[in-house]
Design a protein around this ligand. Structure first.
Ligand code: BTN
Length: 334
């Protein structure tokens, strides 16, 4: 059964067409290895030396260099060899070394959720990640549209956690904690979580999450977690309550490191750490509690005082008559 689970652009027109053919049978893409050598050396390196390190002819190195240049990498190529001058803000699979084979990168998709779902049904591995430079039908929670112009970070991760569907909320709560932490650490910004899983800075929305769950009997078959982060795009044109990293920091931001760090830290937490106390951990990051909120659900809206989050991630609201009400799925306005 499939259902939407709760809780939850740098103008770079690369020649890369977004093909997700993974034809190199587990052998890392040579472009990634060539870039690694050039980044380590930070000077001109002869194509012969690169070729001998990688076990390929120098002519083949030069072909890859040309393709990298066409994809936006600025290189100086002289008789002495090759130097990497500047990398584009690129999310090509080879930029994610050890997870290269699980990255499916596209210039444009209707929604990364759709592509991820098809991949999940075809049996792709845990932590397969679909990235699009832009989405033509980006989806938000509660059937809203997610503005997905170039410059933002739009991706969906296919997760296959080993726990029952009732605990699937842990995925979203874990992801929002990790994303807030990564953003705080990388940019020294006050990233806070709004119930259920939005990331706000100064009360303006920087990121949102959407998930879709597929069960198989008593177990989760997959949870697809879609995340949109406003990085270099300007969401305020249509969403006055939103912001972007570029607006906050006043400069263009490279997206690759955000995604790489998020994936590494999120995977570590999901696979190797105990998630039994994830809700109390989440509470340390939230600005939703102990304030009046308006809740919007598919069936209507109501107001109350946000008292707590229960052990299943539901928001505990105290209504005007003192009665407490639990909200499992909805959106919250402070
Ligand atoms: C929300 O806050 O309403 C959730 C927004 C989720 C947006 C992301 S962008 C990547 C993925 N693909 C989509 O179509 N939506 C999610």
């Amino acid at each position: 059964m499939t259902f939407a689970a709760a809780v939850n652009p740098t103008i770079f027109f690369a020649l890369w067409d977004g093909s997700d053919e993974k034809t190199n049978n587990g052998v890392p893409e040579l472009k990634g290895q060539i870039l690694q050598i050039l980044r380590t050396e930070q000077k001109t390196v002869s194509d012969k030396r690169i070729g001998s390190e990688l076990g390929i002819p120098a002519a083949s190195v030069l072909n890859h260099i040309q393709e990298l240049q066409e994809a936006g990498y600025q290189m100086s190529v002289t008789s002495g060899g090759v130097r990497l001058d500047k990398s584009p803000d690129a999310l090509f699979p080879w930029e994610f070394s050890k997870r290269e084979f699980k990255i499916h990168y596209y210039q444009e998709l209707s929604s990364t959720m759709d592509k991820a779902k098809a991949l999940a049904f075809s049996g792709c591995p845990d932590f397969t990640t679909v990235i699009a430079e832009r989405q033509t039908k980006g989806r938000g929670r509660l059937q809203r549209v997610w503005q997905s112009a170039r410059g933002g970070l739009y991706f969906t991760i296919v997760l296959r956690p080993n726990f029952p569907p009732a605990l699937s909320f842990r995925v979203n709560f874990t992801a929002s904690i990790i994303l807030a932490r990564v953003l705080r650490d990388m940019f020294k910004i006050d990233a806070m979580v709004k119930w259920p899983n939005d990331i706000l800075v100064d009360e303006l929305k920087l990121s949102g999450m959407l998930s879709e769950l597929e069960t198989d009997g008593e177990m989760i078959s997959f949870v697809n977690l879609g995340i949109g982060i406003n990085v270099n795009n300007d969401p305020t044109i249509v969403e006055p309550g939103a912001t972007s990293l570029k607006k906050i920091l006043g400069r263009n931001i490279a997206r690759r490191e955000i995604l790489a760090r998020f994936l590494d830290e999120f995977e570590d937490k999901i696979h190797h750490q105990n998630l039994d106390h994830i809700i109390s951990e989440w509470k340390e990051y939230t600005i939703t509690l102990n304030r009046r909120v308006k809740i919007v659900t598919i069936n209507g809206h109501f107001e109350g005082f946000a008292r707590d989050i229960d052990e299943n991630g539901a928001l505990v609201l105290e209504m005007a008559d003192g009665i407490r009400k639990k909200v499992i799925y909805g959106d919250c306005f402070h």
